[in-house]
Design a protein around this ligand. Sequence first.
Ligand SMILES: Nc1ncnc2c1ncn2[C@@H]1O[C@H](COP(=O)(O)OP(=O)(O)OP(=O)(O)O)[C@@H](O)[C@H]1O
Length: 256
Amino acid sequence: MVAPPDNDVLWARSLHYSHDGSPGLVGVSVAVRQGEVLAVTGPRGSGKTTLLRCLSGQLAPEQGEVWFNSVPVHTLGAPARERLRRDRFGWIGPEPRLLPELKVWENAALPLLLTGASHRAAKHAAREWLERLDIGAFARKRPSALTRAECQRVALARALAGGPDVVFADEPAAPLHRAERTLLLRALTTAARSHGITVVLATHDEETAAVADRRTALLDGRPAAAAEALADGSSAAPDSPAPETNEDQDACSLSA
Ligand SMILES: Nc1ncnc2c1ncn2[C@@H]1O[C@H](COP(=O)(O)OP(=O)(O)OP(=O)(O)O)[C@@H](O)[C@H]1O
């Protein structure tokens, strides 16, 4: 077992995962550099969420390797993967999933409180991120007083407040209108770039993918090129890496 290259913060090779026997991932490889925003693209059901869940240690792949820096995530037991997720990763999905009983700042501080941070430190970090994301004024309100877009920003503050190395963003802007989507993606990429946070962004939406530095495409749980070759009847290896597109920095103008 050989650790991945030093400049890759996250690295996975030949991942296989099936959901109750039906294939979710079939030979997917991916590498993400420190501070990079990588878009994982593909139509609905192509395996994006399954890939993010394997990379973040929520799911243990049936085959293949996942490395976070020099940590072989695929060899860790469930408690160690849970600790890793809590301490080093942030997650934002399409739904904010805030706890209605808690104030906005408490929602944002929750992951930090779970890592054992003091109440004071967790509150400070949460409020700082709420301020940076322009929702500091709502800190003492309950989520029910906020719009959906504001709640999604609270979810982003929650993903960032613990000072993660990697944020996994699974269709984070999907339920939002265009203007709100642009704001949320700008907030995500600006936060990531100013703090050197790596982002793995799953999306089926071209405009959303355009904020990334680079993208990798999935189709039917496979790297898109391999899936297309399979459909054509040619002989591409099933676990060849997904084709990657180097996006010009102009594509990142939302984060300006
Ligand atoms: N918990 C589950 N149980 C059974 N099948 C699942 C489960 N989760 C995903 N799948 C199946 O695995 C495949 C990949 O799903 P996945 O959610 O990873 O794709 P996706 O690209 O993220 O799609 P979406 O954009 O709709 O979330 C799909 O065929 C899906 O139906």
